[in-house]
Design a protein around this ligand. Sequence first.
Ligand code: GLY
Length: 362
Amino acid sequence: MNLILDIKTSKGNYDIIISKGILGDLLNYLDEFDFEKIFVITDSNVNNIYGKNIYELLSSKYKVYKKVISSGELSKNINTIADIYGDLADFNMNRTDIIISFGGGVVGDISGFVASTYLRGIRYLQIPTTLISQVDSSIGGKTGIDIRQGKNLVGNFYNPVKVIIDTDVLKTLDEKYFSDGMAEVIKYAFIKDRQLYDILYKSDFEELYNNIDGSMDRIIYICCNIKKMIVEEDEFDTGKRMILNFGHTLGHAIEAYYSYKKYTHGEAISIGMYRVCEILYKNGLIEKNLLGSLKNMMKKFKLPVFDENILNESLLEYIEKDKKNIGKSLKIAIVKDIGKGEIINGNIDFFKEKYNYDCLKK
Ligand code: GLY
């Protein structure tokens, strides 16, 4: 069964289609677009498992170039982009041709950025292959690369023409990367959806990870639907969309502090989400139960809640460079109760050891 969502944007709509085994029908989904060449961007991990099959399938009908980048966040830089531009030009990709992003969040962010800038913009289609990219990064049109000073500091908004989510590919995902994606799923539950929390509360890691055919399509659909509602209201991330950044300000800082080597994105934002709630609790703004529920959920899905450098001053330097840090004010996504996220105006003092309520009132 296909689960379909239609995302409205200022420049037209695009579909998200979620289904088990949908990759086998990929050619049918490409039929609606008129083009001659496909430039597939993937990474070394995904290529090892699916690269040959997807190449053979696509080249049965189209001229195909497959670009394989090294897997991992360290590829998300300007050198990779420049290298891809060169290959696109060598392959004579023109404005009517199409890029397929086939991989996780890094591949998706790079592909979107390349698609939005090459020849001043060509179409791209997202086939996210990790849980984190299926529930979050493939939707909403954020593209970007990292620079020395921080994550996603260069990028733009550029929507794909379609997002095709095949839950079958999750069957080859390592446990660590399943947990990584579950961190974003947990985030959606805490910021917006008590019912999703209840589903997660009644499930456990093994039940979901070992039986992808069970509930994962429904869970992914719920997450994509939450993201749809948020990005349709605030496409360019100037207000309500910032709620999706619950745990991310600190999470991004932790990732950058450890040069993207110690934690996955999901692990880093779990530490960030827990820390934010801990600060809220210590300031009397949330009940202890909420902190406990978050911790139990993280534990259940094998995610960390603490890092020894959480108060390190150098970590704060990364927060200063955060995009949500505007002038002296920092937009902070918080959760007051399960399913009840809010954005508050704070400042960097929120994340310091001797935090106090004043930093939330500005
Ligand atoms: N990943 C957060 C957003 O798309 O806004």
